[in-house]
Design a protein around this ligand. Structure first.
Ligand SMILES: [Fe+2]
Length: 265
């Protein structure tokens, strides 16, 4: 499993509060079966050179510490950009692993800004595929879940939180999330971890729930394959078009992509 939404870089946002907490979160993730993560600290208001430099510095320090402690865990850099924030795609942290293809966008928790459609259109003109972070937690979408279907029709990809599946945000969020998964509206599950205590880097419990409902291949797709493709900057739907039907073919495919993401990126 690879976690494409985390707040493990310390003291940059409302995520990890210290290097100790960051390392504890990573150790937790490794025990849970997570092989690597993308650091996606918040961009609340503006993404500028100063912020980019700050995030890169902190990220490089994390990589150094992980190496020094001989921890086997892959790390990549990106960010989680609020849909109301000012940003420019020239900044390396605007897209995953600076791939100029995928970016993580967040809606406000209780609002659905009018300029969303225009923004998505502008991004698509620039070849960017937006990944919408945890729409199941937005109160407007909770009232009108069909909004998510409209997003998918416009080639927006959907990420839900592992905690939404396991129920840490309540029964209603859990129900909506499972409904999205059942309808095939979800492309990724990520932890959106914020701390060591109640928002940890854990995915395996949610993986088991998805596996029980939709089978192992679907779970692998949402927790490993699609996240790997985002990190590598590869197309998400090519697997679907690839027509992998046999179990052997699937195993070979899974093995090859996990090997590539561990090596490269
Ligand atoms: Fe987040």
């Amino acid at each position: 499993m690879f976690d494409i939404h985390t707040h493990i870089l310390p003291q940059l946002d409302d995520g990890s509060g210290s290097w100790k907490e960051t390392m504890d979160m990573i150790r937790d993730g490794i025990k849970d079966g997570i092989k690597g993560a993308v650091c996606t600290s918040h961009v609340f208001k503006v993404l500028n050179k100063e912020l980019e430099e700050q995030y890169i510095l902190r990220f490089n320090e994390l990589k150094k510490r992980v190496r020094q402690e001989n921890i086997k865990f892959r790390l990549w850099l990106g960010s989680e950009i609020n849909i109301n924030a000012k940003f420019d795609l020239k900044f390396s942290i605007a897209t995953y692993n600076d791939n100029k293809k995928y970016m993580l966008l967040e809606l406000p928790m209780s609002d659905y800004p009018h300029h969303v459609d225009e923004l998505l259109f502008q991004l698509s003109l620039q070849g960017i595929t937006p990944i919408l972070a945890h729409p199941e937690r937005n109160t407007v979408i909770m009232q009108k879940p069909e909004i998510v279907e409209n997003f998918i029709e416009r080639d927006v990809l959907i990420q839900v939180n592992s905690g939404s599946i396991t129920g840490i945000f309540g029964r209603r969020v859990r129900k909506i999330t499972l409904d999205f998964i059942n309808k095939g509206f979800v492309h990724f599950v990520a932890s959106d971890c914020h701390n060591y205590g109640n928002r940890p880097m854990l995915l395996s419990k949610a993986y088991k729930v998805v596996q029980n409902i939709c089978g192992k291949q679907r779970a692998e797709l949402l927790f490993s394959i699609n996240p790997s493709r985002v990190i590598l900057g590869e197309s998400i739907d090519s697997y679907m078009k690839g027509g992998i039907t046999s179990n052997k073919g699937w195993q070979q495919y899974l093995h090859s992509i996990v090997k590539r993401v561990k090596k490269g990126g």
